[in-house]
Write a protein that binds this ligand. Structure first.
Ligand code: ATP
Length: 286
């Protein structure tokens, strides 16, 4: 197989709780992640000349060794001794710096694609270890679906699939760097905590209203204070009939959960009229 094209899906955090800080300074999380139907497209072509070349349709995303998908390909080559070359093309749709794991999912997709193209030389546990060395969200992106992720992303528990619903995803004009978000959270006086067991139970019961009620994100208040658009978009979604709305990851994307497709599309259109990049998507199960 010398050429392969795949979709690379983004995620939302249905809930995210910052549980603590380890001695080495890493924050530990309890977060329920859900793959959603918003995706980039990645094409990989094997070539005779050694080395990696990359093309990305967004000029502000690096298309060299700084790109996390490049790093993933580089690690794959180092682990397998693959001795050809690779040409990787990425078409971005997932908002960059939005907390939807845009980079992480590209890295995971490249690992899965290269393993498939080379006859599966790397087994799952090793692939997951390579993924974790690239970033905390990458192991989840390898698997997709609905997972409780704890620790620094390395403890993953598969959860019941999310029931049918509609998710409106809206990117504020501002982007947030994940690294800065932890610093902002640490300085915030009114830190909030959320209980992941409520979300796990709500998913098990396939109860969309209980899922909505269990949403929450420890980053939302501190990041929302810096970036009021986040809270404005959330308020608009709630006013237009979302069951609930929250920020995803460390921001800045806001998502609203709907059980009614018409309300979801009306909300998407209203936010687009305010010139926000907005999509209406479904959960993607494993
Ligand atoms: P996360 O949800 O994992 O915290 P994010 O969605 O907030 O991530 P990304 O979209 O992954 O953030 O982008 C963060 C930074 O990574 C940007 O500065 C971007 O230039 C850089 N980057 C490197 N590789 C990629 C890639 N393949 N796709 C998107 N951004 C990338």
């Amino acid at each position: 197989m010398d050429r392969l094209k795949r979709e690379s899906y983004g995620k939302i955090n249905l809930m995210l709780n910052i549980a603590g800080v380890r001695e080495d300074g890493y924050h530990t999380l309890e977060t329920v992640m859900q793959t959603v139907g918003l995706y980039d497209t990645i094409e990989i072509v094997k070539k005779a000349e050694k080395g990696i070349t990359m093309h990305c349709d967004l000029p502000y995303v690096p298309s060299d060794e700084r790109n996390i998908a490049w790093k993933a390909a580089d690690k794959f080559i180092a682990h397998t001794g693959f001795d050809g070359g690779l040409d990787i093309t990425i078409q971005k749709t997932i908002p960059v710096g939005g907390g939807m794991a845009g980079g992480s999912t590209n890295a995971a997709t490249v690992l899965n694609m290269l393993n498939e193209m080379c006859g599966m030389p790397i087994r799952d546990p090793e692939l997951e270890a390579i993924a974790l060395s690239l970033g905390a969200d990458v192991p989840f992106c390898l698997k997709k679906g609905t997972y409780l992720c704890e620790g620094i992303g390395e403890i993953m528990t598969r959860l019941a699939d999310m029931p049918k619903c509609f998710i409106v995803v809206c990117k504020p004009r501002a982007s947030v760097s994940s690294k800065n978000a932890y610093g902002v959270y640490d300085q915030y006086p009114n830190q909030q905590h959320f209980d992941h067991t409520r979300m796990v139970q709500a998913l098990r019961n396939r109860d969309i209203r209980a899922i909505a009620a269990a949403m929450g994100n420890s980053f939302e208040a501190p990041i929302g204070e810096l970036c009021p658009e986040i809270l404005e978009i959330k308020a608009k979604m709630l006013q237009m009939g979302a069951l609930n709305a929250a920020m995803t990851g460390s921001g800045s994307v806001v998502f609203g959960l709907f059980d009614n497709v018409d309300l979801a599309h009306k909300t998407k259109n209203a936010l687009r009229a305010e010139r926000y990049r907005t999509f209406c998507v479904r959960p993607v199960n494993r």
